[in-house]
Design a protein around this ligand. Structure first.
Ligand code: ADP
Ligand code: ASP
Ligand code: MG
Length: 416
């Protein structure tokens, strides 16, 4: 990439593992300075918190008050990036270059006020331009944002990928580079499916679907905005040489899309709960009322199953949510049940995970769903819920079956 774009404007993002220790931070700083000198770059560096740090802050907050306001939650969890930003900037200085650490409020990464899931509205680039003019390398805290009222927000777990892409778009960068702890985007999580293969080139749509369905190598929103603004995005291993294999995300041509494999990848999303409501009295407004209450509490609902047998005056509704949102969803439903004088039975099950097959070729190839169910059935893996779209099939399975299901589906569709 660097040879293809002389004097490139580039955003390099370094994830948690890449800045996970003093040694690793020095390694990152050396790479940043070397590339800047070799290629005369205009580079902006975006960093995550050191690995484990955000989890530590979230756990601390949950221990003190699991129902803390999202404003206070954001103020605590955004702190990890402040430390890594300052350390990386200091490491660059130690390598003999000038660097300036910038937090979101200092740079001007403005977001809406949806604390803990904020969306970027705009980014001021004047401080970055000023750094370049002074010969400084700007080092920017990922994951954080600030509202127009100067309240600290965060973009959701894994959100520094989105910070990096959004900054690249604001700078009209030549490309954005995501430096992480694996060689690129694989056909499945290489830590779970050891036979997973690196995808040298991947279409934005497939990457977005895989990221949304649990491939945490990229934050889904980072792919969404990269696609929208056609920002070339590369994913590479921080600790491999620059010419090592990697993934480049781009819009594939219609011809390439036609020839795309039926299934391009298998993903896993763990820690899912399923809520079942039985003996629900039917009514035109019932379903809309239930989901309005759930949405008001900012609970993300995923798979929904609804069943009403003609002639019966009871119906069933089931839906899946993140395990962390199960208790809140249950209490909302129970309150609604009492208030509406319903006598529905409400149950929750946790310990589930979602295993999905993704591929743009699926839209024009029938039989993928049936093959997927057959593979799971032949191996005695129970399916609790199913959801499909043109380019994916998702099955909720027991958490204990996750790895096996992912490996079996990968073998069936990607190793045949
Ligand atoms: P970073 O801290 O650099 O942002 P993350 O831990 O957020 O890194 O994301 C990288 C991890 O994503 C990898 O270690 C890998 O286990 C996981 N992963 C899940 N699905 C995939 C996939 N399809 N391709 C590559 N990595 C994946
Ligand atoms: N540090 C944040 C997290 O752990 C953001 C990120 O790593 O992208 O979620
Ligand atoms: Mg990440």
């Amino acid at each position: 990439m660097y040879n293809r774009f002389p004097k490139a404007t580039v955003v390099q993002k370094y994830g948690g593992t890449s800045v996970g220790s003093a040694e690793r931070i020095m390694h990152v700083a050396q790479r940043v300075v070397r590339l800047n000198r070799e290629h005369n770059l205009r580079s902006a560096i975006v960093v995550s918190a050191m690995s484990g740090e955000t989890n530590r802050l979230v756990a601390l907050m949950n221990q003190i008050n699991p129902d803390a306001s999202r404003r206070n939650y954001d103020m605590a969890v955004a702190a990890g990036e402040q430390i890594s930003t300052a350390l990386v900037a200091a490491a660059i200085e130690r390598c003999g270059a000038k660097a300036r650490g910038l937090l979101a409020y200092q740079l001007g990464i403005f977001t809406d006020s949806f604390h803990s899931k904020a969306r970027i509205a705009n980014i001021a680039t004047d401080k970055i331009e000023a750094c370049w003019k002074n010969g400084e390398i700007p080092v920017i805290a990922g994951f954080q944002g600030v509202t127009a009222d100067m309240e600290i927000t965060t973009l959701g777990r894994g959100g520094s990928d989105t910070s990096a892409v959004a900054i690249a778009i604001a700078l009209k960068a030549d490309f954005c580079e995501i430096n992480t702890d694996v060689d690129g985007f694989f056909t499945a999580d290489p830590r779970m499916v050891t036979t997973a293969k690196l995808c040298p080139v991947l279409d934005y749509d497939v990457a977005f679907e895989m990221a949304s369905l649990g491939s945490k190598v990229l934050h889904p929103r980072s792919v969404e905005i990269a696609a929208k603004y056609k920002m070339p995005l590369t994913i590479r291993n921080t600790f491999q040489p620059d010419n090592h294999e990697r993934t480049v995300l781009m819009s594939l041509s219609d011809q390439d899309r036609l020839e795309a494999p039926v299934v391009s990848g298998v993903t896993v999303d763990q820690q899912i709960a399923k809520i079942t409501i039985e003996r629900l009295k039917p009514g035109v407004h019932t379903i809309s009322e239930i989901f309005a209450l759930i949405a008001q509490s900012e609970i993300n609902v995923d798979i929904i199953v609804h069943n009403r047998t003609p002639g019966e005056d009871e119906m069933q509704l089931g839906f899946s949510v993140g395990k962390g949102e199960k208790d809140r969803a249950l209490s909302i439903l129970q309150q609604w049940n009492t208030k509406q004088k319903q006598v529905a039975t409400i149950r929750a099950e946790e310990g589930l995970s979602k295993v999905s097959c993704v591929g743009i070729g699926m839209a024009s190839h029938p039989g993928v769903a049936s093959r997927c169910f057959k593979v799971l059935a032949q191996n005695n893996i129970d399916i609790h819920m199913i959801s499909t779209s043109e380019i994916k099939i998702s099955c909720l399975v027991d958490e204990a079956d996750t790895k096996n299901a992912a490996q079996l589906l990968h073998a069936a569709f990607l190793e045949a």
